[in-house]
Design a protein around this ligand. Structure first.
Ligand code: AMP
Length: 477
């Protein structure tokens, strides 16, 4: 078995790894670390949970430490782009933990928080900056960030970047980087547009890939419960009566739905909080911290909010609503059964979600064991009580539920203004660049999700006129 010391890592890193309790490298680490140490470009096909962050963070730290020099003013030696704030924070925490004996600086830049402290941090130069694309673009526009001196460029969760409509900003950022840089590109999946982007950004990359998603899926005990849409809430409460549901992520398709389910669970005596793009950074952090600390049994989340989040020992994943895009199913259930542990994923399926279930089974090449909980009189009675606790939402046919409708109204108005050639300048008034971006398409997979769903005919929501390619993105879009 390969050891960290076999990979050519320096002592301060080996010490930090020992302190973290990592005994041996994961497969992606064993493959990627020597390649990155040699200064080569890397194309890594791996999802969160495989140890991919350390696979790039460790060799990056070593390369920066071997060639110590001051970071450029208002710039950084290494730039890591992450699709969401949560993932950016997680990546930076990893860098900091591994760099503990190295004296290299690590900072994050993302939307939803004030610009001032970020400008201050950038002013003197940073060794490693982990940023979300929108807020970084805002700083670039203000000249508070200058990317040209970047020596190592990392794009993490590239496929999610595509989902969130970040491909244009990424191209813009990359166009300002020096050609003489090292590029590392990570993606869980390789849709053709991501392959194209990788082709543009990488020079003769070494490709490494680990554990296809199916192997994770195989370890998860999956079940489908057929249930009337209006009886999902009492069924959820019934599941939580079992104390083995100790750390459960409940997925909904919409932010509003996530809030409703969390409210209902609390009313039913199950500590729960929701996490999605409309929550403030503080609310998201607090909910996640309480969930991680075991103070809350349930975290109710939308797809985008939960992706990339690394919470250990998630006992169950419940798909309260099936996702419109089959890939989202794999990502959702992959929140459990991490690090070799087993997990349980339970999906509620109402009659109008049958076609979504069919797509999921086709895409994952499996038939999920199903149980029919329809026509259950006890659940019917409990549903009536549930409606009194928290009034039910109007039911929306999932195939007609356009994820774009869930965009916050303020953002929708701004987008509309931009599309109509409205006020120029920073369309978000300089307040909320990236945070809003991630939130904007926060439900159901965004651009790519819509494409995929349209392709398999699952999505028949209202059509929106496409904006010209260059105009499509704005810091709030
Ligand atoms: P990632 O895929 O980078 O999100 O990592 C998933 C989790 O695995 C994180 O909690 C890491 O701290 C942890 N991890 C990464 N590498 C190792 C390793 N070699 N041994 C044990 N845990 C690890």
């Amino acid at each position: 078995m390969t050891q960290f010391s076999d990979l050519g890592l320096a002592k301060p890193l080996l010490k930090a790894l020992a302190e973290k309790g990592y005994k041996e490298p994961t497969p992606i680490q064993a493959q990627a670390i020597p390649v990155v140490l040699q200064g080569k470009d890397l194309l890594g096909i791996a999802q969160t949970g495989t140890g991919k962050t350390a696979a790039f963070a460790l060799p990056i730290l070593q390369r920066l430490a071997e060639d110590r020099k001051p970071a450029p003013r208002r710039g950084f030696r290494c730039l890591v782009l992450s699709p969401t704030r949560e993932l950016a924070t997680q990546i930076a925490e990893n860098f900091k933990a591994y760099a503990v004996h190295m004296g290299l600086s690590v900072h994050t830049i993302y939307g939803g928080v004030k610009y001032g402290p970020q400008m201050k941090a950038l002013a003197g130069g940073i060794d490693i900056l982990v940023a979300t694309p929108g807020r970084l673009m805002d700083h670039m526009a203000e000249k508070s960030a200058i990317v040209s001196g970047t020596e190592i460029f990392v794009l993490d969760e590239a496929d999610q970047m595509l989902d969130l409509g970040f491909v244009v900003p990424i191209r813009k950022i990359a166009s300002q980087l020096t050609k003489n840089r090292q590029n590392l590109f990570f993606s869980a999946t390789m849709p053709s547009e991501i392959g194209k982007l990788a082709g543009e950004l990488l020079k003769d990359p070494v490709q490494v890939s680990v554990a296809p998603q199916a192997t994770t899926v195989e370890r998860i005990d999956q079940r489908v419960l057929f249930i009337e849409a209006q009886r999902k809430r009492p069924l959820l409460a019934e599941l939580f009566a079992d104390s083995s549901f100790s750390r459960t992520i409940v997925f909904t398709r919409t932010k509003r739905g996530a809030d409703r389910v969390a409210k209902y669970l609390n009313a039913a005596g199950v500590e729960a909080a929701s996490i999605h793009g409309d929550k403030t950074q503080g609310q998201r952090e607090r909910a996640l911290a309480a969930f991680k600390a075991g103070e809350m049994r349930a975290l109710v989340a939308t797809d985008i909010a939960a992706r990339g989040i690394d919470v250990n020992d998630v006992s169950h994943v419940i798909n309260y609503e099936l996702p419109n895009v089959p890939e989202a199913y794999v990502h959702r259930i992959g929140r459990t059964a991490r690090k070799g542990k087993d997990g349980v994923a339970i999906s509620f399926c109402s009659d109008d979600e049958r076609s979504l279930l069919k797509d999921i089974q086709k895409a994952t090449r499996q038939t999920i064991p199903s149980f029919d909980r329809r026509n259950d009189k006890q659940l019917a009675a409990a549903a009536a009580v549930a409606d009194k606790l928290v009034p039910a939402d109007r039911h929306v046919d999932p195939r007609k539920a356009d994820p774009r409708n869930d965009v916050p109204s303020e953002l929708r108005r701004k987008r509309q203004r931009n599309r109509n050639g409205g006020p120029k300048g920073r369309p978000d008034g300089g307040q909320n660049g990236q945070g809003r971006q991630a939130q904007g398409k926060g439900q159901g997979g965004g651009a790519q999700g819509q494409k995929a769903a349209t392709a398999n005919n699952a999505f028949r929501g209202p059509k929106r006129q496409a904006a010209p390619a260059e105009k499509r993105w704005s810091p709030i879009d």
